[in-house]
Design a protein around this ligand. Structure first.
Ligand SMILES: Nc1ncnc2c1ncn2[C@@H]1O[C@H](COP(=O)(O)OP(=O)(O)OP(=O)(O)O)[C@@H](O)[C@H]1O
Ligand SMILES: [Mg+2]
Length: 373
């Protein structure tokens, strides 16, 4: 019998409260930056837990207004302004606050509507007016006006998408020139693509970067994570031995979100009251592969025969000795240059990465899927 009463794991969303595994060191550092008004760049791979960490940290700061701006997939300056305006409309309550915000943005011809999902007021700007670069001045000035009265924390999440604007260098220069005058306000720039985030600050905005602290969000400490996962499994009425959970962490490459997805699948597939073992892990992986298989099919459809062989070889035999005669033979690659070409392309496509001279597959579930195809 499956117990689907109390769902102990969440994935694919920001996690809070009992679903959030404390990461005391990074939380403490980030909270301190926020309190001191120190700008900070938060970097990490996808699904490592950047947004959840930021939300958890700012919710613990008393008396601060938080303007949380998600820049995912912005394309134009007016998109940027729109996201900031709608984020600002969420930070305060009451008519007078909304009226003040509308007046700060007056030049951008703001309009007020109601968010159909939660019934809350939302401000948006006129796309034709807001398309000029001077619009950055308006939205940053609005933040400055808020900051005159209280402590303000501004989070620009998915900040790397600023590179999707037509002239990202000009946009960044403009932002930088305005932001540097708001010395009491903490700006958090968070991004999921490490290389892009680093290049933004080194190639386009290095003076800006030097004044900001950097915080890397990587793996959660094994001990903390295992304790947390044991508790969560207990809530879901399963017993998860430590050794079992270490295998789960290995399987999911210690990517926080992937660990949660796998644990959810294990929980869904296992019997109520059981002590979890290898069979449950296998059933959990099968469940995830059923969920993700179609996406992997699409992702690998355009790969060449040799790219597929290289990928499958790494999934099966590991990526530490890919140029050895043994690997080339077992993987069915014809020569070292053929292997090199295939691997370079797989890196360019973001499917593989190199770590300590070992080729690794980014997505641990793609690795499991490749083992089975
Ligand atoms: N501290 C945590 N404790 C438990 N699970 C977490 C924690 N942080 C993240 N997760 C898991 O990872 C998932 C992704 O978290 P989050 O969205 O915060 O990561 P992210 O790094 O911002 O991801 P993205 O790169 O997609 O923006 C969550 O849904 C949750 O399953
Ligand atoms: Mg995020």
């Amino acid at each position: 019998m499956r117990d689907i009463g109390k769902k102990p794991f969440e994935y694919g969303c920001v996690v809070k409260g009992d679903f959030f595994c404390p990461r005391p060191d990074v939380e403490k550092t980030l909270k301190r930056h926020m309190e001191l008004g120190q700008n900070v760049v938060v970097v990490g791979e996808r699904r490592m837990g950047k947004t959840s960490l930021i939300v958890s940290s700012f919710s613990k700061i008393k008396k601060a207004r938080v303007i949380y701006v998600d820049l995912l997939n912005i394309r134009t300056i007016s998109d940027f302004c729109d996201r900031v305006a709608s984020a600002a409309s969420r930070v305060g309550k009451g008519e007078s606050f909304i009226h003040r915000t509308l007046s700060f943005l007056a030049r951008l011809r703001p309009t007020l509507s109601v968010d159909p999902q939660n019934g809350m007021p939302v401000i948006s700007v006129d796309a034709r007016v807001a398309e000029e670069e001077s619009s950055f001045d308006d939205v940053i000035s609005m933040i400055g006006k808020f900051a005159e009265k209280e402590r303000v924390i501004v989070v620009f999440d998915e900040f790397q998408d600023i590179l999707k604007l037509d002239h990202p260098d000009r946009a960044l220069a403009k932002l930088r020139s305005k932001i540097q005058f708001l010395s009491d306000t903490c700006f958090v720039f968070s991004g999921s693509v490490r290389r892009d985030m680093v290049s933004i600050f080194t190639d386009y905005a290095s003076p800006f970067y030097k004044s900001a602290a950097t915080l890397s969000v990587g793996e959660i400490d094994d001990g903390d994570f295992v304790d947390f996962l044991q508790k969560r499994f207990r809530v879901g009425n399963r017993t998860a031995p430590r050794e079992f959970l270490l295998k789960v962490l290995d399987t999911a490459n210690r990517v926080t979100g992937d660990v949660q997805q796998l644990c959810d699948a294990i929980w869904m597939e296992s019997a109520d009251g059981v002590v979890l073992s290898g069979g449950d892990l296998k059933n959990g992986i099968d469940r995830v592969l059923k969920q993700e298989g179609a996406a992997f099919e699409v992702q690998t459809r355009t790969l060449t025969r040799y790219q597929m062989k290289a990928l499958s070889g790494i999934a099966r035999f590991g990526g530490a000795h890919v140029f050895s005669a043994e690997f080339i033979g077992r993987a069915g690659l014809s020569s070292v240059p053929t292997a090199k070409r295939a691997l370079d392309k797989l890196i360019e496509l973001g499917i593989l990465y190199l770590h300590d001279r070992e080729y690794k597959i980014f997505n641990p579930f793609l690795r499991e899927w490749m083992k089975r195809t």
